[in-house]
Design a protein around this ligand. Structure first.
Ligand code: ADP
Ligand code: MG
Length: 390
């Protein structure tokens, strides 16, 4: 009997995901399948479909018309599934080794069917277990350089760039970042979330006009500077790792923004992890940041010299100027991300997972101080080696 294919949008169930996989020919009709919803994310369903006979498996990710973490009271566009699929496919043009393979996209059903990476571990979990990943910085640095260079006006001609910008207009997901990263944590907003012991500190930030002036400038950059196709949510929960490979997932926040933003979010989440580890372990975390920056700089420079479409790219001093601006922005954006992950709505397990209350409050206090310092000193800090945790 043929499996009738439903049309229009409907939320998948574990069984519905199996039927969909069969109707699309990923498995034969009478194959025995196990379907499990494994999404620990906040926004979407993630189903893993596994054939018990030959072990083949796929992932079906489906956007819900609202944010799963909040519930139906927070509607959220289904178009983000299309954005995520398109970004993964775009990235695979430059760096196929860095992203899961996309097998199928249905924008009406808000579904992406992709390679199963269950053998990988989410980087945040691995770091919190104390693991180290010797190739991580190489992989992330190269991924950042390739995706950001080739989607910028240096890697594309003006027309191609503008057409691509149009495909990645993503107002609803950008609004989440504008509010949760750049605004709410710096004002007394209901969405903020922190322990009572941090109230004085938080209130200090809300009154800190020197800091807020700089965050305002960084927010404006995020709003207006359409440099390159960003991932838009490049924290350590969006990175899958093994000892030998690294895959970037979940680019549903993708849009054209300032190059330093992805780099800054990655740096920030590594720094948040560093603050949760013992002093002895912190060096390996800081090394991830300096190595990622070295690889990014080297790879971006190589692409600049070999593939630049911009007439001014050969003018002495221009590349150095761009690299300095990217670094400065990434430090500033990292500061905003560190603060929002400490007192804003969405926290990180690295800090929240510190069981001892006094230690946790101490680490969070250090995070707030570090975040503030990065925003204010972003023009003074010129290299990752000048980053000090305290
Ligand atoms: P959300 O957008 O809802 O945050 P994610 O894309 O981050 O969803 O996925 C949530 C979780 O689902 C991931 O943390 C991971 O455990 C699992 N997951 C997502 N994509 C894959 C994949 N391709 N292979 C294996 N597991 C995946
Ligand atoms: Mg997500």
């Amino acid at each position: 009997m043929a499996i009738a294919k439903q049309t229009g949008y409907y939320p998948l169930t574990e069984n519905g995901a199996k039927l969909l996989a069969k109707s699309l020919g990923f498995f034969s009709e009478n194959e025995e399948l196990v379907s499990t919803e494994i999404g620990d994310g906040n926004l979407n369903y993630v189903f893993r479909i596994l054939s018990t006979s030959h072990g083949k498996s796929i992932i079906i990710k489906q956007a819900l018309p609202y944010a799963k973490v909040v519930g139906e009271s927070m509607p959220l566009t289904l178009k983000r599934a299309q954005i995520e699929s398109s970004a993964l496919k775009k990235y695979s043009e430059f760096t196929p080794e860095s992203v899961p393979k996309v097998f199928y996209t249905d924008s009406e059903l808000a579904v992406t069917i992709m390679e199963d990476l269950s053998d990988y571990k989410i980087l945040r979990k691995g770091l919190n277990e104390g693991s180290t990943y010797p190739l991580l910085a190489n992989h992330v640095g190269a991924y950042l350089a390739k995706t950001l260079f080739f989607t910028s006006d240096f890697g594309l001609n003006g027309r191609e760039k503008k057409e691509l910008v149009g495909q990645f207009i993503n107002p609803e997901l950008c609004k989440i970042t504008e509010d949760l990263v750049f605004t709410d944590p710096f004002y007394d907003r209901d969405s903020n979330d922190f322990e009572d012991q941090l109230r004085e500190k938080a209130e200090g930030l809300w009154q800190d006009h020197i800091l807020k002036l700089e965050v305002g400038k960084l927010k404006r950059k995020f709003l207006t500077q359409a440099d390159a196709l960003l991932h838009g949510d490049l924290h350590t929960g969006s990175i899958f790792v093994t000892q030998s490979e690294t895959k970037i997932i979940d680019p549903e926040f993708a849009f054209f923004g300032p190059i330093g933003f992805d780099i800054g979010q990655f740096f920030a989440n590594i720094l948040l992890n560093a603050l949760s580890r013992t002093k002895a372990e912190q060096a390996s975390r800081l090394a991830i940041i300096s190595d990622t920056w070295s690889v990014f700089r080297a790879e971006f420079t190589k692409l600049w010299l070999d593939h630049n479409q911009e007439a001014y790219s050969t003018i002495a001093g221009y590349l150095d100027h761009i690299l300095a601006e990217i670094f400065e922005d990434s430090i500033g954006f990292a500061g905003c991300e560190i603060i929002r992950r400490t007192i804003g709505l969405a926290h990180v397990a690295d800090l929240d997972g510190i069981e001892d209350t006094a230690q946790r409050i101490k680490a969070k206090t250090e995070a707030l101080d570090l975040g503030r310092r990065l925003v204010l000193q972003r023009k003074i800090i010129k290299t990752p080696e000048q980053l000090a945790l305290y």
